[in-house]
Write a protein that binds this ligand. Structure first.
Ligand SMILES: C[S@@+](CC[C@H](N)C(=O)[O-])C[C@H]1O[C@@H](n2cnc3c(N)ncnc32)[C@H](O)[C@@H]1O
Length: 457
């Protein structure tokens, strides 16, 4: 392969990388691309880069090849409390209200550092929560760090850092939260280490949010200094999936000017000193703007209204409903963590307390399904449907159960009912109790499942 032929392949190669890993290499970044390809070719023992490019373009990549490429083509640069204004914004404006609200209800908080590299960002979040919640041992805290680079994740899990990771960090950080681990090395203390879980996740894949990867129902998602390498279409898709991964009123934190502001249409921008945070709102932007005189909100206006109602319940009935709501939230979180027997027990208690709550029956059905108890699950889903005939996810779940039980006609009836309900929704409507699934996406899933069944018949 001649030098010019090799350069003529770069546009095709950039397209290929955008599709496979989501990384964007416009012409001005070709020197970075070539540097990364040299490193990868060397690591994989190719004689030269052109041979490697040939191979790359001629067959699909497996997971390990993607990981090696991504490691050479991305920069893992990170450090503790990077961009301190963002952490100050969390400490002073976001977390106090959130902690107060949860103190009264579930005592649960879920944060995710997506593209966490060697873990400094995830540990910074854990440390901040540890400092702000005095009775943290009584809480159920999830701090998830994910990345596409397994070597970075290994280092994150080990939790041992050199001086460079502490540049700009406040002096108390090393003193209070790290132990000496040899010459100029510092190891995170066990109480913080055990708050954080690290896992592989390629943000370009359509695999999140999901219960399985524990990437749903997040309160705060950090995805900083990651999307700037993505092709703009992919960056928008990633923002969309992160939106779905957040709870209502949850927060997305990206780096300033990392990607175009138009990608955040579904969020409310909150301007805080030195940081712009994006808040998930289920009210479309246009409605919000016509309803308010200014396009953005102030911090005072965004504090959750929930704690007031929770702090002073008016009647026994209200107390009971709030308890059931809290129990169901907790059961869902336990199920998300795979603690199915505990989740089932709690959900059964919630259902006993409020038998007329369709969500309780549905959640119990979903947990029983996860436990492989399909017949019992079907009874719970039917109860949910009896109480709320428009409960689309209950139809979907029953369709799946009957398909697995080889009762195709009954399954088809439930899938068709689900489609009829979904047709009344807008495509991007989030479905209740789905942890971020849209009506359009569920229609696609059901239709493609029904096509497969038709072919198999
Ligand atoms: C510069 S680091 C950012 C670390 C941290 N978020 C921060 O701001 O300090 C970028 C990280 O994004 C990761 N990354 C790049 N593409 C990714 C993808 N498709 N999926 C997941 N992580 C990715 C890289 O492996 C790298 O560790």
């Amino acid at each position: 392969m001649t030098e010019s032929h090799y350069h003529s392949l770069l546009p095709a190669l950039s397209d290929f990388l955008a599709r496979q890993i989501g990384l964007h290499f416009p012409r001005e970044r070709w020197p970075d691309l070539l540097r990364g390809l040299h490193g990868t070719a060397r690591e994989l023992h190719f004689k030269n880069v052109p041979d490697y490019i040939d191979r790359l373009l001629s067959q699909p990549l497996n997971k390990q090849q993607i990981e090696i490429l991504a490691r050479h083509l991305t920069i893992g640069e990170t450090y503790f409390f990077r961009e301190p204004q963002v952490f100050e914004a969390l400490q002073h404006h976001v977390l106090p209200a959130l902690i107060e609200a949860r103190q009264q209800s579930t005592r649960q908080l879920r944060v995710w550092s997506a593209g966490c590299s060697t873990g400094e960002e995830a540990y910074s979040l854990a440390i901040l929560l540890h400092r702000m919640i005095p009775d943290i041992a009584e809480w159920n805290i999830t701090v998830l760090g994910t990345d596409i680079n397994p070597q970075a994740l290994e280092k994150a899990a080990a939790g041992i850092y050199g001086e460079w990771s502490f540049r700009g960090a406040p002096p108390w950080l090393r003193e209070k939260y790290f132990m000496n681990a040899g010459k100029n090395l510092h190891e995170i203390i066990p109480s913080i280490r055990k708050m954080v879980t690290f896992a592989y996740l390629n943000l370009a894949d359509d695999t999140y949010p999901s219960l399985a990867s524990n990437t749903s129902a997040m309160d705060i998602v950090f995805c900083r200094n990651v999307m700037m390498y993505f092709e703009p279409g992919l960056a928008r898709q990633v923002v969309d999936r992160l939106y779905q991964a957040l709870l209502e009123n949850g927060w997305l934190v990206v780096s300033p000017s990392e990607i175009s502001q138009s990608s955040f249409e579904r969020f409310v921008p909150i301007y805080l000193p030195g940081a712009i945070l994006h808040r998930k709102s289920l009210i479309p932007q246009k409605t919000r703007q016509s309803a308010t005189s200014t396009p953005t909100e102030t911090v005072a206006a965004i504090r959750p209204a929930a704690p007031k109602a929770m702090a002073k319940p008016k009647t026994a009935d209200t107390v009971e409903k709030i308890d059931v709501h809290a129990m169901l939230l907790k059961a869902r979180a336990q199920a998300n963590r795979g603690e199915l027997p505990t989740a089932r027990e709690l959900c059964e208690r919630a259902v006993e307390t409020d038998r007329l709550n369709p969500v309780g029956h549905f959640l119990l059905g979903a947990i029983l399904q996860e436990m492989g108890r399909n017949s019992e699950a079907a009874i719970s889903h039917k109860r949910a449907l009896y109480l709320d005939p428009g409960f689309v996810l209950a139809h979907f779940a029953l369709g799946n159960i009957y398909r697995d039980q080889r009762k195709p006609h009954v399954a088809a009836k439930h899938f068709e009912n689900a489609l009829l309900i979904l047709e009344k929704h807008r495509e991007d409507d989030l479905l209740p109790e789905s942890e971020g699934l849209t009506a359009g996406r569920l229609m696609e899933i059901i239709r493609s499942g029904m096509r497969k069944e038709d072919k198999a018949a």
